[in-house]
Ligand binder design. Structure first.
Ligand code: 4AD
Ligand code: MG
Length: 462
């Protein structure tokens, strides 16, 4: 007999059919004559109720069927006599695959804190909360690919090990095969990377953008979706050292097209979640954040507010709110500033554009004022920056000048500069932090709780 998933059993019309279900026991309760087991197999947030007549199956043989145990249940699917479910299983036999000693099983009791669950990240997928988050995360990854595939974008796999630093911002994780106890040195006493695996210094990528641009200048519309790594020591609720990023790059797009794409894309993803993750979102709305569903719907149905960085700074300087960090034209906005604009001032997502060139990466297109670049950050309620992007500098001379001004090793970027030498074109793109999207969609408060195994400073246990 084939196993039927709990999700399918719960809506099955096959009343009285003999079925086989498998999963993990959430709870067992009952009395002298009957036992009720709530069974979950991760296919849905809901459990199926298994009713055990203790005349058919002895109480003794149910001893090892405790919370956390894994079992196979054969029986009949019947219309439920109790409240709360349409159908239930009347068991004819139960096989125990794996027991879970109630004395030591960490999830024996309900109601653990999210902090505690982080310490048992190997078991937390068995909770309702993480089941919901992981199913939503899957649905969002699928929706990303569906959105771009439907629009004719080509998915490009960019390298994880690179020799370049796309953002020039935070620290990077070095990749080496050298023996760290016997590091070869050159004549000047510096590390001799010529003797390393690749014959040069390499690191884990901070972004697939630069390679994505190469592909866009051949295939027109591309996107990347892969892991990225940043060794910055930021211990916040919105930073990971290893996170996933989605980076579309489009030839012939200018800044306004880039904004339109970002807004349409985010709305599509959120609408997809509302349509396809109803049960999990209802659970999270009930348990963690009573305004979650309302907030998601409001983002889908309202236009994002678009304004320049300069206009944003004016609003922040004149708003009378006391910020921890002072705002001045030329400084990077802190998340308190971003969130003020989104949550207090406009009360909807904001796209800030045309930032000062000195606080942005080398590849952004310089505006005619010579001071600002065609950058755009999308700011979301409760999150701050969810997307960062720009129109790219397509003039060889201007790009080279910028690389020199910023003391970037131009010899490491010769291939990138080549695209501006041969068939250059206007183009634009952005990066969506996948975990920041999942934070927003699930309403969870900490980015460590929306990725199965978070990598943060001092934490890579699982
Ligand atoms: O703004 P960022 O640094 O932009 C880039 O990397 C560009 N190359 C993207 C592009 O234009 N193709 O990062 C993009 C997004 C941020 O807006 C944020 O959502 C997310 O990536 N992000 C992080 N998410 C989690 N942890 C971190 N440490 C993150 N750093 C950036
Ligand atoms: Mg950014």
């Amino acid at each position: 007999m084939n196993r039927i998933k709990v999700k399918d059993l719960l809506v099955s019309q096959n009343i009285n059919a003999e079925i086989l279900a498998k999963g993990w026991v959430r709870t067992k309760r009952g009395n002298k004559s009957v036992a009720f087991i709530a069974l979950n197999d991760g296919s849905t947030i809901h459990n199926i109720q298994v009713v055990v007549d203790l005349n058919t199956i002895s109480e003794e043989s149910l001893k090892s069927v405790t919370t956390g145990a894994c079992i196979a249940v054969r029986g009949q699917l019947v219309t439920s006599q109790g409240k709360g479910q349409a159908v239930e299983i009347v068991a004819s036999s139960i096989e125990v695959y794996g027991t879970a000693d109630p004395e030591t099983f960490p999830l024996q009791k309900k109601g653990h804190t999210l902090e505690f669950l982080r310490e048992i990240a190997h078991l937390r997928p068995r909770t309702n909360t993480f089941g919901a988050v992981l199913r939503i995360r899957h649905a969002m990854a699928y929706a990303v690919h569906k959105y771009f595939n439907d629009k004719g974008f080509c998915y490009i796999h960019t390298p994880i090990i690179t020799g370049s630093d796309a953002e020039g911002a935070g620290a990077m994780f070095q990749v080496t095969a050298l023996d760290l106890n016997k590091i070869p040195k050159d004549a000047d006493g510096a590390v001799d990377y010529k003797q390393d695996f690749f014959g040069k210094a390499t690191n884990l990528t901070v972004s697939g953008q630069l390679e994505g641009e190469l592909a866009a200048m051949a295939l027109s519309e591309i996107y990347t979706f892969g892991p990225t790594f940043r060794a910055e020591n930021s211990n916040t609720t919105r930073h990971l050292a290893e996170f996933w990023m989605i980076e579309p790059e489009v030839a012939f797009n200018e800044l306004v097209d880039n904004m339109n794409l970002a807004e349409e894309f985010l709305k599509y993803l959120i609408a997809y979640a509302l349509e396809n993750c109803k049960d999990d979102l209802a659970f999270l709305n009930e348990m963690y954040d009573k305004e979650l569903l309302e907030r998601l719907s409001s983002v889908v149905s309202n236009d994002f507010q678009r304004l320049t960085y300069t206009e944003g700074v004016e609003i922040l300087k004149n708003c009378g709110h006391k910020f921890e960090y002072k705002v001045d034209w030329g400084t990077d906005l802190q998340s308190e500033h971003e969130r003020y604009l989104v949550e207090k001032h406009f009360k909807k997502p904001v796209i800030l554009t045309d930032y000062p060139k000195d606080i942005k990466a080398f590849y952004m297109k310089l505006n005619d004022d010579g001071k600002t670049v065609r950058a755009m950050d999308v700011l979301f309620p409760g999150i701050g920056e969810i997307i960062g992007g720009s129109q790219r500098e397509d003039s060889y001379d201007k790009l080279l000048a910028r690389i020199k001004q910023m003391n970037i090793h131009e010899e490491q970027l010769w291939w990138y500069l080549d695209t501006r030498k041969f068939g250059s074109c206007p183009h634009a793109g952005f990066g969506l932090g996948f975990e920041r999207l999942i934070l927003f969609v699930t309403g969870m408060g900490n980015i460590r709780d929306v990725i199965p195994f978070p990598r943060t400073p001092q934490n890579a246990e699982f």
